[in-house]
Design a protein around this ligand. Structure first.
Ligand code: GLU
Length: 304
């Protein structure tokens, strides 16, 4: 079994981030991730960066990226520096893939979803074995999979504690570039968090298991990994987070006070006075912020 990673970020000034996909407007669920990561960063005197994860054009909604930025502004969630757009980073993604392919640390795969289902849903590495054996069925196009030698299976989350995923999931050679030519989230998120010098990733619990894959990629690339802090997800029914896909309502940009206090309460924090500006509200929220009172639950049910 692979050794657990020791996350070591000696004396790096704190840099946090919020990384929305522009697939719809900011809703209460994404406000929690934005506010949680903002409060954590600001309460530690750190920077808070924004990255728009716009590398999946079929899922993108026109105007959503700007709309998200305007909503953050309306809520007083001011970020540092320029916004990074993943669509501007594709050369970096491709050059890292090319390097892995050249070093036999990645390989092409054309296995269908149906075939992978017949393997039990976890890819069994057959295209890698074929390429090593220089077999006649080696393919040089299709999806690109990582040769997952790191197989990170566990890590310590700064809120949820020790996290351990199933061995087959941890060991899978997962996709880093899709067969439709789009870069996979796992690859882009790691290269960008490293590029932006993120020291702690704060986001929703839906991505907690993905952190193991991301840690495997940090090891493969020899990059310093961030720490992790996964927040509870707002769910309408168990197992279904509020999301753009299930048409969660956009947060109200005209009257941010009520939603801000609802998001603070969701995170177990004390409410703040609503008589001043959003900037004053956030200042108070930062001063009162306590990590230890955030519920250590993957999901919290909310009223529709
Ligand atoms: N872009 C992802 C989303 O909107 C979040 C990615 C991350 O925080 O790592 O769900």
């Amino acid at each position: 079994m692979p050794m657990p990673l020791t996350l070591d970020t000696p004396n790096r000034p704190y840099v946090g981030r919020f990384a929305p996909s522009p697939s719809g407007a900011l809703h209460f669920g994404s406000l929690i991730a934005a506010l949680g990561s903002y409060l954590r960063a600001r309460s530690l005197g750190g920077q808070w960066l924004i990255r728009i994860e716009d590398i999946d054009p079929p899922r993108e909604v026109k105007g959503a990226a700007d709309d998200i930025l305007r909503a953050l502004e309306a809520y007083g969630l001011e970020w540092d520096g320029a916004v990074l757009y993943q669509s501007q980073r594709t050369e970096a993604y491709q050059s890292h893939i090319d390097l892995l392919l050249a070093q036999d640390k990645a390989y092409f795969c054309q296995c269908s979803r149906k075939l992978i289902q017949s393997m039990g849903g976890i890819y069994d590495g057959r295209c890698h074995r074929a390429s090593q054996a220089k077999a006649a069925n080696v393919v040089s196009s299709g999806a690109v999979r990582i040769v997952n030698t790191a197989q990170v299976q566990e890590f310590d989350d700064n809120l949820m504690g020790h996290i351990c995923v199933d061995t087959p999931f941890a060991a899978e050679d997962f996709i880093i570039k899709r067969s439709d030519g789009l870069y996979a989230y796992q690859l882009a998120v790691v290269l960008d968090d490293a590029y932006q010098g993120i020291t702690e990733v704060v986001r929703g619990c839906d991505l907690i298991e993905a952190s193991c894959r991301q840690l495997s990629l940090y090891q493969t690339f020899g990059l310093t990994a961030p720490e992790w802090l996964h927040l509870p997800l707002a769910c309408l029914t168990p197992g279904f987070k509020l999301s753009k896909q299930n048409h969660a309502q956009a947060i109200d940009k005209q009257h941010p006070q009520a939603s801000l206090n609802a998001a603070l309460a969701f995170l177990g924090q004390r409410r703040v006075e609503t008589c001043g500006s959003v900037a004053q509200m956030l200042k108070q929220a930062v001063a009162q912020f306590q990590l230890s009172v955030i519920p250590k639950q993957a999901e919290i049910l909310i009223e529709p």
